[in-house]
Design a protein around this ligand. Sequence first.
Ligand code: ZN
Length: 742
Amino acid sequence: MITNRAIFLAFLVLSLCICATSQSILGFTPTSATRETEIETKFKSIPTPDEERRQHRIFTQEPHPAGSKRNNELAEYIRDEWKKQGLEDIVIHRYDVYGTNPKSASLEMISPRHYKALLRETPLPGDDDSKNSAISGAWLGMSISGEVTAPVIYAHSGNPEDYDLLRKNGISVKGKIVLVRYSNPYSYRGFKALTAQREGAAAMLVYSDPQEDGYKKGKVDPDGPWGPEYHIQRGAITYDFMVPGDPQTPGWASIPGAKRIPIEDAVSAPKIMALPLSWHDAKPFLENMDGPVAPKDWQGALGFDYHLGSDRLKAHLNIEMDNGLQPYYVVEGRIRGSELPDEWVVMGNHRDAWVFGGVDPSSGTASMMELTRALGELKQQGIRPRRTLIVCSWDGEEIGLTGSTEWGEQFADDLRAKAVAYINVDEATSGPAFHGQAVASLAPMLEEATRSLQDPSGKTLYAAWKEVIEREKKEGSQSSQFSSSGVVNETLADTRIGSGSDHTVFLNFIGMPVLGLGFEGDYGVYHSAYDDFYWMNRFGDPGYKYHTLMTQLWGVTALRLANADLLPFNFATYATNIRQFVNDLARSNQLSLATAPQNFVILSAARSNERAESKDPVLAVDLTNVNHAIDDFEAAGKKLNASLASNLSTAPIDPQLAATLNHGMMQVERNWLNPDGIPGRPWFKHILYGARYTYAHLELPGLTEAVEKQDWPTAKQQAEILERALHNNTQLLRDLNQRLQP
Ligand SMILES: [Zn+2]
């Protein structure tokens, strides 16, 4: 017994020594890594679940949609808290944007029977907030005002192929009201609205079928996390996949007095009426429709056959919106860097919520308030980051990523010169499953950071994350041909980044590397009044442990980026990802390798055999040069990795040299921008990352869209742009590497 104990103690002492001496962190010299570990240990000890909960309660006390009095008061609250916490240079930025607020909405079935839609959510037993009289009725941001009496047609998910099926059944939706449903996998409702508009529909109703987020999934609120009968998924239908932000200032900031284009000319402003429904309100419509029975995969969980509809069922819809100009407020605070104040690590979370925003976004807002408290406390202890930390509370994210877009557009030049990275937290937690997104060059540093944190399950966050990914891979491989997960090769981080949150302007317009962090779980009350404090305390994160862990993770990643001697970018990983993107493009478009004559298509060696067997070669685009350019970029990235590592191990590093290297590495992401943007969407300038109209990730957006349209001249041009950017970045990495040679 004594012997065992002695051995154990000796082992313990030994392992502590090993930990203390062998601590290495990407981008840090051994001395700096020791210091960084001390700082992080202090930092991680500050946030508490009680404080997370207290902040969460403040933000979820009242509904606070964009532009509301309450949301503006919360901006002032954040400013005042940040002052107390010790943040610096605190500013509230005002943007005057195209407003979209509901005045009134009504929906009635007038034949074959009468039904007046409730358009409201009923209180839930036990959840006092659900009785709040300030809860809005059903509405969708950016719906136009109008009035129509017309037949109602069921159009499933409202995707283009759904209308094709209706046409095959002889059903036109011109001038009619289409009833569509929220779908799984998620498809942005703005794309459904654009599709309905293109089809000539007069209006779109979108409802939550229990199949997708209700009783078919499990117990519903208040007995479980899924959406109850009356829950309404609000949301915006802005066409921000064309250009986000204020529709009247595309590409520039809506500072007071800014030039504004007429709303009729704004490509991101919908031209259709739209309204969301609970399944309670959708049911009478679906039940009373006739016409052909809808196909099997159009059926839902309401317990009767869904029909496509005819002219028999008619409804009267009236929507009135207030579109006056209104101010949105972005709160910005900083902790100035002690050594490199002109290198910026930017962080942000949106403040506006559809109603209370229990998960979306107030879980993130609570995590942010604890983050700033902890950073402020470090500062009071004399521990400043080497680089400047900037924290922002965005406004109007829910309307069109508006606040972050306007702020990013306003400070684009500064950001392009100074920004290291942007770390976004929107929904901090709806459950225990971690999901981390990263531009591929930052995937290794994000993974490394998760190894230093403890998940509430007792494992490291890294181990818990790995389990999540493995589980999803298993589930994904059963349900689809290609894994739905964005995980490329061995990285846990999802390196396929679409749109739908505030990272968009930083990645796609400014060219900053981005990280996106969130814990996820069963969550059926999204954008409804039931996404509130009660739900979070019952289902989402009852002990606020994941909120706390989010604060820790957010801070550790920010501090590492802020304190690193040499920025922890890994461009070899980036190259591997780009190669994967190109291979996936070839595979999913059945392009194959050029063993065949010139002019034939592309790529991946794995497919070359099939190419040889294929009898009908597709005239396409030759990506051989792109592939070679990726190889060169990868080789340069590997060499730079090795040189950086060896220089870090033989510290200290000359500050002048460090500055040159860091600025060079910051330039890599900027070099992926094409100033002309992707074809048809000039605001989206990144050539590796874009988003589909559904918000889904879209890699190599210009090239991919051209290939999908079989527009080969454009595809060729886009391939050349990609090739040039790869060459530029390869040259840049080689130059940097040169400077590291003794
Ligand atoms: Zn959100």
